[in-house]
Write a protein that binds this ligand. Structure first.
Ligand SMILES: *[C@@H]1O[C@H](CO)[C@@H](O)[C@H](O)[C@H]1NC(C)=O
Length: 285
């Protein structure tokens, strides 16, 4: 593993790599992956701090240890390092922009992997309401999510592809598992969407079937794609974070993404009939 790290670092130094993994020495684990290098650009708008005379490796290490660092700007010729509290991919502040700057490179980390660690990326034995995090002694701990709460207070509205009688989309987000949303047979594929009053960070959702499930509607929500939507000006970006598979009564899905809206869309069936979609996370302050 040590050789792999050195080789990866050398490749990065000669400037052709698009991925770099740093090792936390005391844990003997690879804990942060830096990838998506953008050459001759700085990401501006969310700078945490500027550090001088640091090697690239030390710059990435500083970012790795900093709790809110998502990416760095690095200028090789005079070893300047800027820690940035956002990434181009997440743009959670909506304040970042790329600025063309000769000699500066921008390097992003996978913030999810950085925060929870390598072991927890591959295994997650924690209950859904806890967050798996790598630790040095042993493998992991199941910690509380930072600031996690129900996202119901941040719901702006809900809509769906079609509505059967009075079973409106909002019934899937009303905090009551016994009331349900129900699309009708028209306008396929069936989908349901909830939009938020502001950008939120979703840790996980709990998808609850229409209850009770031992009825002819028990498999209506099976194989439904779960996506976050981010709106940037006139553009929107959808990101898949799960699929209900065979849903049964209820299932949890890790999301760990920012969202302006959440979408469930079913490409294989002909109606959605949902008891509740609970969403947990926090709103950007
Ligand atoms: C971040 O979001 C803002 C506001 O929507 C947008 O103007 C900007 O281009 C985005 N930045 C990046 C790097 O995509």
């Amino acid at each position: 593993m040590y050789m792999r790290n050195i080789i990866a670092l050398l490749v990065l130094v000669i400037g052709i790599a698009n991925s770099e993994i740093l090792r936390l020495r005391q844990c003997n684990k690879y804990d942060a992956e830096f990838s998506k290098i953008k050459y001759n650009h700085r990401l501006v708008g969310a700078t945490i701090t500027e550090l001088g005379l640091l090697s690239l490796r030390k710059c990435l290490t500083r970012c790795m240890y900093h709790t809110t660092c998502h990416s760095v700007n690095y200028m090789r010729s005079n070893e300047r390092c800027e820690l940035v509290g956002d990434s181009a991919e997440q743009n959670s502040t909506r304040m970042t922009t790329f600025e063309q700057r000769q000699g500066w490179n921008h390097i992003e980390t996978n913030f999810y992997r950085k925060t929870i660690g390598e072991w927890c990326m591959a295994n997650d034995p924690c209950p859904a309401i806890k967050q798996c995090r790598d630790i040095c002694d042993g493998t992991h701990e199941c910690a509380d999510f930072f600031n996690a709460g129900s996202l119901i207070p941040f719901i702006q509205d809900a809509s769906q592809s079609s509505t059967l009688t009075h079973y409106i989309a909002m019934k899937a987000f009303d905090g009551n598992e016994l009331t349900f949303s129900h699309t009708s047979s028209g306008n396929l594929p069936p989908w349901i969407r909830v939009t938020f009053t502001q950008r939120v960070f979703i840790y996980f959702i709990e998808f609850v079937n229409r209850l009770p499930t031992n009825q002819n509607w028990g498999n209506r929500n099976d194989h439904t794609d779960l996506k976050t939507i981010l709106y940037e000006g006139t553009q929107s970006t959808e990101t898949l974070f799960g699929n209900t598979g065979v849903l049964g009564v209820r299932k949890h899905f890790t999301c760990w993404k920012y969202a302006d809206a959440l979408l469930a869309i079913q490409l294989t069936g002909n109606r959605l009939n949902i008891g509740e979609i609970w969403m947990y996370g926090y709103a950007k302050p």
